[in-house]
Design a protein around this ligand. Structure first.
Ligand code: CP3
Length: 333
C-alpha cells in the first residue's frame, strides 16, 4: 500500500506523505518545453503519451508519494459539448452554453471524448512504481457551473446570472452529478487509486446555499467513490469556518485546507479526517529559510495527526523547482 493510501485509509501518522497541487506545470522547464510545442492546451491534455510524460516529470525530479494525472477539470464540460478556450484573461472561458446539447449528451459520446484521459492513466500506472499513488480528479459540480455559466467576475460571484438562471443551473447540476460519476468510475478502472474533488470556488457560495450547491453534491460523490473502495480528498476552497460543517456532513477521507484556514484551528475542529495541505503557495517565492520554517510549522502542528503535506492551492508558475526539492527532502528526513 502506498504511503498516501496508508494515511488516508489507515490514518497512519508516523510518516507524512507529500505531493503538490499543480506539481506538473509551468514552474518546470521540462513542462514549458512540451507546452511551447503544443499550443492547444486541451489537445495536450488529450495526448495520452504526452500527458503521461508530464504526469511523471515531477516524480523524476522529487521523491513525491503521488502522481496526479495531467488533465483538467474542464475536460468534463468539453465532453458535454461546450467549447472551451484557455486564452481568457480572467481564466478559461466556456463559450455559448447550448443547454439542450449539454443535457442530451450520451454516456457513450461523453466517455469516447474522454478516452485519452483513461489511456493516459493506464500508461502512467505502468510507468509508476507500486509505492506511489496515482491520483485522479474532477471538479465539483459548483465549480464547474461557475465556468459553464460564466458566473464569475474577477473573484466574485455574478449573483444576477445565478438567480436568473437558477432552473438551468439546477438541470445542469443534475447532469454533472451523473456524468462526473461516469468520469470517476473510468479513471478508477484505468488504475487511479485516489480521487481528489476540486471545489475551487466553494467560497463564493452564500451560507444558505451551501447545503444544496456544495455539501450535498460533494457528499454524493464521496459516497459513490467509497462504494468503489477508493478514498476521496475534498478541497472546498475558501469555506473558512464552514470547513467544519463540510467535514461533518461530507465525511471524506482527506480534506485539503487552503492558506486562509489556521492549521491549529483545523487540527482542533476537523475530526476523523486526514488533513492535507494549507501552506501558502506565495510563500514558496520567498527565501528558502523562511519556507522551510513554515514547512516545519505545519509538520509540528500535525505531528500527532494523519497529515499529507501539500499547499493551500497550486504551485505558482514563478516558483523555483529547487525549493520544491528542499521541501520534499526536509519532509522525507
Ligand atoms: O495538479 C496537477 O499537476 C494536475 C493537473 C491539473 C491541471 N488543472 C492542469 C492545468 C489539475 C488538477 C487542474 C485542476 C483545475 N483546473 C482546477 C482546480 C484547481 C484550482 O487550480 O483551483 C481549476 C479551477 C482548473 C481550471 C483551469 N485550468 C484554470 C483556471 C486554468 C488557467 C489558470 C492557470 O493556472 O493557468 C487552467 C489551465 C491549466 N490546467 C494549466 C495546467 C498545468 C496551465 C496551462 C498552461 O500551461 O497554460
Amino acid at each position: 500500500m502506498s504511503n498516501l493510501l496508508d494515511c488516508l485509509i489507515n490514518r497512519k501518522s508516523s510518516s507524512v506523505p507529500v505531493w503538490f497541487m499543480r506539481q506538473a506545470g509551468r514552474y518546470l522547464p521540462e513542462f514549458r518545453t512540451i507546452r511551447s510545442k503544443n499550443k492547444d492546451f486541451l489537445k495536450l491534455c488529450f495526448n495520452s503519451e504526452l500527458a503521461k510524460e508530464i504526469t511523471l516529470q515531477p516524480i523524476k525530479r522529487f521523491d513525491l508519494d503521488a502522481a496526479i494525472i495531467f488533465s483538467d477539470i474542464l475536460v468534463v464540460p468539453y465532453a458535454l459539448n461546450q467549447n472551451i478556450d484557455f486564452k481568457g484573461v480572467d481564466g478559461p472561458n466556456i463559450n455559448e452554453l447550448n443547454l439542450n446539447s449539454l443535457l442530451n449528451t450520451s454516456k457513450k459520446s461523453f466517455l469516447s471524448k474522454l478516452a485519452p484521459v483513461y489511456d493516459a492513466i493506464k500508461i502512467t500506472r505502468k510507468n509508476l512504481k507500486k509505492e506511489k499513488s496515482l491520483i485522479s480528479f474532477v471538479g465539483a459540480p459548483w465549480t464547474l457551473l461557475i465556468y459553464i455559466f460564466g458566473m464569475k467576475e474577477g473573484n466574485k460571484l455574478n449573483k444576477n446570472i445565478f438567480s436568473k438562471k437558477k432552473n438551468e443551473i439546477k438541470l445542469v447540476m443534475k447532469k454533472l452529478e451523473i456524468f462526473l460519476e461516469f468520469h470517476i468510475e473510468e479513471q478508477i478502472k484505468s488504475g487511479a487509486d485516489t480521487v481528489q474533488i476540486f471545489d475551487s470556488w466553494a467560497g463564493l457560495i452564500d451560507e444558505d446555499d451551501l447545503e444544496e450547491f456544495c455539501f450535498g453534491p460533494n457528499q454524493r460523490l464521496v459516497n459513490f467513490v467509497r462504494r468503489k473502495k477508493i478514498p476521496t480528498i475534498c478541497f472546498p476552497k475558501g469555506l473558512k469556518k464552514n470547513y467544519k460543517t463540510f467535514n461533518e456532513v461530507v465525511n471524506c477521507e482527506g480534506l485539503n485546507i487552503d492558506q486562509h484556514v489556521d492549521p491549529s484551528w483545523a487540527r482542533e475542529n476537523l475530526k476523523d479526517v486526514c488533513i492535507q495541505g494549507g501552506m501558502d503557495p506565495q510563500l514558496l517565492l520567498k527565501d528558502s529559510k523562511l519556507v522551510l520554517k513554515e514547512v516545519e510549522k505545519y509538520l509540528s502542528i500535525f505531528k500527532n495527526n494523519p497529515y499529507i503535506f501539500n499547499l493551500g492551492h497550486g504551485i505558482l508558475p514563478q516558483t523555483n523547482p529547487e525549493i520544491i526539492k528542499k521541501i520534499v527532502d526536509k519532509i522525507k528526513k
